[in-house]
Design a protein around this ligand. Structure first.
Ligand SMILES: *Cc1c(COP(=O)(O)O)cnc(C)c1O
Length: 466
């Protein structure tokens, strides 16, 4: 009999869960009071909960289940590799075929000629690797003082000490003594909330120039790297103005600063290109990947590294760094199969040519809703900015996130997973979503908005700040 208690009634599962399980990013009191929603099955873009309700997963799990749930090829790839070689490490001059094949394949599909791979088990770990790697890179060239990493406010780079330090999430920095030393944060290219009267293009250039100012203040001889997501994901699907990235790239080039593109969300087709770097014309020295790399079926992350960086690291002797599961054979086999499916089924091409334009059209229509200040997409990521006053892009008088949380709960009640970041509602469905499913997603989102608007009006909350 399966040791997984699928057979327990929902209230018993919820009680055990509340008694013993500390959840990530969850308020424990609220969880204990209400009980967790228990997900028991997945197929394509659909989840089933323990009460038998079918839920449209507008978030691909956590931006990762790009090929949808229940993909038999991925299941088989894992089973095959487990039977062959369930584990061996890649330390101390050993390797195994799945790690070799995945590294070679990633070098083939990587953007900007990145040729080398360091494996981790998550995006957070890959970014921790990146911190150590870029500092070691400069130290190995006699510049140990070139160690500061510049990142951005409201960025998300993971939840380890390093990843959360690179990230610019104030609530995360408020716990556990973060950020670690040597990390500097600049402003984000978030025109909708921070652009005021400027045009998006003016604002994008201004925010890029903050990088140059920061380099000037810290000193280029002390700055190792700049790290950013091509499109901020967890920050609220913040799509930068087109003026932003070319300026950032030029600044990194001019000052000999390594550029790290954190493509944990934007990699592997999310934007309609293989890489967000391609979509925005970025030439990174290092790319962080995870999530879609294995379609979320097993934990794996990787740093993709330029030859000029890998060469310096290789020449510097032993890199005193590694994870027991770096290049785990089963995770690597599943990642390889994920990449094979993406290529054989031309999934990225289909996103670019068919589903991304379709989502843009269908999602864009939500902009006419009285509660919506903007409805935007980039590939298969979408965002709705909720507002009590469309004309002014105004924030609500209620504490930020109050309305967004209501909207998320209402969406759940309508069997659609949307996530809220403050008062922004975001989606990133599996890349295999069909057009009819996009219609269904947008229809449920509109119903949700109608219901939330009714509730806000009733409760006197359609009031702008200030
Ligand atoms: C999710 C995420 C990470 C962290 O990945 P984990 O696998 O959760 O550690 C890092 N960067 C970005 C951009 C992410 O979205």
């Amino acid at each position: 009999m399966s040791p997984i208690p699928n057979h327990l009634p929902t209230p018993e599962l919820q009680a055990l869960d509340a008694a013993h399980h500390i959840h990530p990013f969850t308020d424990a009191a609220a969880l204990a009071a209400r009980g967790a929603r228990v997900i028991v099955r997945g197929e394509g873009v659909w989840l089933t909960d323990s009460e038998g309700r079918r839920i449209l997963d507008g978030m691909a799990g956590l931006w990762c289940v790009n090929l949808g749930y229940g993909n038999e090829r991925l299941v088989e790839a894992a089973a095959r590799q487990m039977r062959e070689l369930a584990f061996y490490n890649t330390f101390f001059q050993t390797t195994h075929p799945p790690a070799v094949a995945l590294a070679a394949k990633l070098a083939e599909v990587a953007p900007a000629g990145l040729s080398h791979v360091f494996f981790a088990n998550s995006g957070s770990e890959a970014n921790d690797t990146n911190i150590r790697l870029v500092r070691h890179f400069w130290a190995a060239q006699g510049k140990p003082e070139k160690h500061v990493l510049i990142a951005r406010k409201n960025a998300y780079h993971g939840s380890t000490m390093g990843g959360a330090s690179l990230g610019g999430m104030a609530p995360m920095h408020a716990q556990g003594g973060l950020p670690i030393p040597g990390i500097h944060h600049i402003g984000q290219p978030h025109w909708y909330s921070e652009g005021g009267e400027m045009t998006p293009e003016e604002f994008g250039r201004m925010r890029a120039r903050e990088l140059e100012q920061a380099i000037g203040e810290i000193g280029a001889d002390r700055v190792a790297a700049f790290i950013a997501e091509p499109v901020q994901g967890a920050g609220g699907v913040i799509i930068p103005p087109e003026s932003y990235w070319p300026e950032v790239q030029a600044i990194c080039d001019a000052h000999d600063i390594l550029l790290i593109a954190d493509e944990v969300v934007t990699g592997f087709g999310r934007t309609g290109e293989w890489w967000g770097s391609q979509r925005f014309g970025i030439r990174p020295d290092i790319v962080t990947t995870a999530k879609g790399l294995s379609s979320g079926y097993l934990p794996i992350g990787a740093s993709l590294i330029a030859p000029h960086v890998a060469g310096v690291i290789a020449a510097a002797g032993e890199f005193n760094h590694g994870y027991t599961y770096s290049g785990h054979p089963v995770a690597a086999a599943v990642a390889l199969e994920t990449l094979a499916i993406l290529e054989e089924e031309r999934i990225v091409e289909r996103v670019r040519a068919v589903t991304a334009p379709y989502l843009a059209q269908v999602w864009g229509r939500l902009a006419d809703h009285p509660l919506v200040g903007a409805a935007e997409t980039c590939g298969l990521m979408g965002v709705i900015a909720l507002t009590p006053d469309k004309a002014r892009r105004a924030a609500f008088a209620a504490e930020e996130g109050t309305v967004g949380l209501r909207c998320r709960e209402q969406s759940f009640a309508n069997d659609l997973v949307m996530r809220h970041v403050g008062d922004r509602m975001i989606i990133a469905p599996p890349l295999v979503i069909a057009e009819a499913e996009i219609d269904e997603l947008a229809a449920r989102a509109r119903t949700t908005l109608d219901q939330v608007l009714d509730g806000l009006t009733r409760d006197g909350l359609m009031v702008a700040k200030g």
